[in-house]
Design a protein around this ligand. Sequence first.
Ligand code: CA
Length: 443
Amino acid sequence: MWVRLVLCLCWVVLGSQGQDRASLRKSNDRNGRCQYSFTVESPDESSCPSPSPAGGPEFENLRARLTLLETVVSRVLGAEALTDVAKEAEEAQETKQLIQDKEQLDRQVQELRRRVEELTMETEKLRDRPCPLVQGVPIDGFGVIGGSSGPVIGRSFQELKAELSELPAPARVLENNHNNTGCGELTSIGEPETVQKADGITGKYGLWFQDPEATGQPYGPDTVWRINAVDVDVKQLYAYENLEQLGRGFPMKVLVLPESVESTGATVYRGSLYYQRKRSPTLLRFDLNSEKIMARRDLPHAGFHGKHPYSWGGYTDIDLAADEQGLWAIYSTDKARGAIVLAKLNPESLEVIRSWETNVRKNKVANAFMICGRLYTVASYSANTTTVNYTFDTASGNSKKLEVPFRNRYRYNSMIDYNHARKKLYAWDNFHMVTYDVKLGEI
Ligand code: CA
C-alpha cells in the first residue's frame, strides 16, 4: 500500500515537472507523411550543441539570407562611402589644378601685357627713328640694312634693334642742329608742355635734360636724364630711353653719382653730366658712359651754398648751361657784389676760358639760360605770367631789357635749361617736367 502511494506521488511530481520540459510535436516529413516527435529536455544540459529547435532549416536558411543581405548592404554602403571619398578627393584635385591653371594664366597675362607695352614702345621708337637706307642696296628681306651684310630674315629683333641703335643721330635732330646754326635773338616762348609729373616729395624740385650733342651709345640724343633734387644727398641720376618712357615713369637705368649734387644747376652736354659738388664751388664732369668723374675744378671766386642764389633760393648759386657755342657757368662773386657773372668753360677740363660781369643781380631773377652765346633771365619763378626780362650778349658785351612772355603754369619753377638741338627750354615747375618751344629772330 505505502509503496503504491509513493510511486503515485513520484509519478505526479515527475509528471508535473515533465509537462514543462517535454513536448509532443506533430509535423510532416519531407515525404509528406505525418511524423510525431516527443522531446524532453535534458536536465544536465542547458543548451544543445546542435542547432536549437529554432535553428531549423528555415531558420538556417533565413539566417543565411540575412547574412548575405547584411553583406550586400555592407558592401553597398562601403562602396558608397568610398565613392564619396573618391569624389571629394577628385574635386579637391580639380580645384587645386584650376587654381594652378588660373595662376599660370595670370602670369601669362602679365607677361603678355609687359611684352605688349615693350613692343608698343619699340614701335614708337622705330617710328620716330626711320632707318636711312643705303642708296642702291635692296631691302627686300634678303638685302642689307645700313650697309651691314646678312639676310634680314632669321635675324632677331634684338639684332635689328642693335643695328638701328648704331645708326647716326636721327634726321630730325640733325635738322634741328642745322637750323640752330643760324642763331638769333629770342623772340617768343611757347606755352609749357607737360611731359611728366614727379610722384614723390623728392620731386618738388629737380632737373632734367636731353643731351643736345650726344656722343654715342648707349645714350643717344633721345635719352632723358633726370635728378630729383629734394634729398639730403642727391646722387641718383635716372636715365630714360626717351620722352615716352619718361612719361610712363620707367627708367632704363639709375646711375649713382660718386659725389652729391648741389641744387638744380647741372646740365648734360656731349656725353657728360656737369654739376656743382655739394657745399663747394667745385665743378665736376661725370662721364655718362664710364660713370666716372673725368674732370673737377673750382670755379674761381664763385659763391656757393646760398651766398648768391636765384630769387627762389635753393642753393642755386652756380648754374651750368650749354648752347650752340659751348659750356657756360652762371654765378656771382663777392667782387661782382651779387651781379651775375658769366664764364665760358672748357668742356674737357672745366677751365674758365673767359668771363663777363653783367649788371643784373642774381638774386633778383628766377633763373637763367643761354642761347647762342646770349644770357637770358626770367623775372619770376612763381607768377603764372611773367617775362624773360633781360639779355646779355657775350659777343658784343651789351645787355638790354626784354619783355618776352613766359608762363609758370605750376607756379614754382626751380630749373630752366635750353636744348639747342631741339630748340626747346626744359623746366621743372613744382613737380612737373615741362618743355617750351622757343623762336629766334634773324641774326
Ligand atoms: Ca638754368
